[in-house]
Design a binder for this molecule. Structure first.
Ligand code: GLP
Length: 247
C-alpha cells in the first residue's frame, strides 16, 4: 500500500483531488464514491476545480434502507449537496433506499457495477474497520447486500441525526468483492478514533473481522491519513508526506 500522510483534512482534500485528477488524465470512466465526513474536503476541491465529469459515471458505495433521496440524512442527498449539484456526472448511481424488493435492488446494483468497471474507488473507514457498510464478519466474496448495521456504526453515525433512534438499522452496501475489483482504491482516514482501524487494515492479519484488511490483497491501494490516524502504525518509514507537486 502507498501511504500518504497529510497535515490535516484540508491537505487530505488536495491529496485526494490529485488522485481524481490523475485518474481522469489516465482516461478513467467510472468513479466509486463514498459518503461520511471524511471525503467532504475532496469533494470541495473537485467542485472548485475545472475537472469535467460530465461524461463520466459515478457509483456510490451505500445507502440507508428506508431513506428517500430527499431526506437530508440519505446518502443520495449528501452526494447531491457535496458534489453532484456543482459537478454533475453523466450518470450517478446510488442504491435505492426505498426499493420495495430488497433482493431485486441488490441484483440491480450488482448489474450496474458489472456494466461499469470502477477505475477509482474512494473509501472512508469505519472505526470498526468497515468499508462502505461492510461490517466486521462480512464475507470478502460478497457482492451488494442488505446489511444489518452494528451498534458501533449506529453510534458513530448518530451525530448526523437528531436522535440515535432515528439512525436506520439497515443499509444497502456494495460488497467487498466489488470494491476489490476497482483498478485503484483510495482510502482516506483522519483522527485518533481511526488509528486502531488503520493499523489493523495495514498491519493486522487479513481477516473478515476487519473488512478493510482485504485491501492488503489489492495491488493498487493509496491510503491518505493524518498523523493521528497513522499513529498506531509501526511502519512509519513507509509513509510518504504529501506535497502538492508529488502525486
Ligand atoms: N457508510 C459510511 C462509510 O462509507 C464511511 O467510511 C464511514 C466513516 O464516516 P466518517 O468519514 O464520517 O468518519 O461512515 C459510514 O459508515
Amino acid at each position: 500500500m502507498n501511504i500518504i500522510q497529510v497535515v490535516d483534512q484540508n491537505m487530505g482534500g488536495e491529496a485526494g483531488f490529485a488522485e481524481f485528477k490523475t485518474a481522469l488524465e489516465q482516461g478513467a470512466n467510472t468513479f466509486g464514491l463514498a459518503t461520511g465526513s471524511t471525503p467532504v474536503t475532496i469533494y470541495e476541491q473537485l467542485t472548485h476545480s475545472a475537472l469535467d465529469f460530465s461524461q463520466k459515471t459515478s457509483i456510490n458505495l451505500d445507502e440507508y434502507v428506508g431513506l428517500s433521496p430527499e431526506n437530508p440524512q440519505s446518502y443520495h442527498y449528501f452526494m447531491q449537496k457535496h458534489l453532484f449539484d456543482a459537478k454533475p456526472f453523466r450518470e450517478s448511481f446510488v442504491p435505492n433506499g426505498l426499493a420495495e424488493d430488497g433482493d431485486a435492488e441488490v441484483k440491480r446494483y450488482d448489474e450496474i457495477i458489472a456494466e461499469h468497471p470502477i477505475d477509482l474507488q474512494l473509501l472512508g473507514l469505519g472505526k470498526n474497520g468497515h468499508i462502505g457498510f461492510n461490517e466486521p464478519g462480512t464475507p470478502f466474496d460478497e457482492g451488494t447486500h442488505r446489511v444489518t448495521l452494528t451498534q458501533s456504526t449506529i453510534d458513530a453515525n448518530a451525530r448526523f441525526f437528531e436522535d440515535e433512534a432515528d439512525v436506520p438499522r439497515y443499509a444497502y452496501s456494495m460488497g467487498i468483492a466489488s470494491i476489490m475489483k476497482a483498478k485503484h482504491i483510495v482510502l482516506v482516514a483522519y483522527g485518533e478514533a481511526k488509528a486502531d482501524a488503520v493499523a489493523a487494515m495495514i498491519e493486522g492479519p487479513v481477516t473478515e473481522d476487519v473488512p478493510a484488511s482485504a485491501l492488503q490483497n489489492h495491488d493498487n491501494v493509496t491510503v491518505i491519513v493524518d498523523a493521528a490516524a497513522a499513529s498506531k502504525l509501526s511502519t512509519q518509514a513507509q509513509i510518504t508526506p504529501f506535497s502538492a507537486s508529488v502525486e
